[in-house]
Design a protein around this ligand. Sequence first.
Ligand SMILES: *Cc1c(COP(=O)(O)O)cnc(C)c1O
Length: 226
Amino acid sequence: MSTLAERYESVSAEVAEAISACGRAQSEVELIVISKNHGAELVRELHALGQRHFGENRDQEAKPKAEETSDLPGLVWHFVGQLQSNKTKSALSYTSVLHSIDRASLVSSLKRELQGRPGRLGGFIQLNLTDDPGRGGIEPKHLSEFASSVLELESFDLLGVMGVAALDRDPRIDFETIASASAELQRLEPKARFISAGMSHDFRQAIEFGATHLRIGTAITGKRNL
Ligand SMILES: *Cc1c(COP(=O)(O)O)cnc(C)c1O
């Protein structure tokens, strides 16, 4: 059985090695530890090891955890799950970066909640990489049109695109789709050059395809226990 510190060090080393292997700079890639299903203690322990970026996918769990750890200097919270419109206000109280802008109704609630909000929110447009238009996320063919509406938000920086690769095929297929969507988005907004992709099982391939924000949970946190 490995400890949390051992897993954190070993995944961090693997990430660093994968970045070097494709000739990229370490500073281009941010590791976000997805702390869902684990308590505030895990966040404290990783913070003591130097980790600052954490991600959550449910507001009900994230909000109390962010409150319990608000004494930790430099913590940055990322929201990576589907955000219900009625939870937008709550999530914006602690979230710095929203990775899952996936539908027009969320843009409408962001528009309301960002008005007069101090500071800026960063965000990614989540792509639908499946063949099923009913699944969450924006189909790549609708990206530019959707991005135009997102770019009108106040106090908001569009950072780029986000995707979750399918489990039943080579993740490189989806990472390639994400990379071309990113290139298209950058023609519309050159600053939106970041890519949120790569999880426990596919971060090496995501790094090869230009991922800048890795969302890694279980490989570091171990079995979920909440
Ligand atoms: C849970 C989650 C992750 C982390 O997944 P692991 O396989 O545990 O690394 C990444 N992204 C999203 C959107 C998630 O919900």
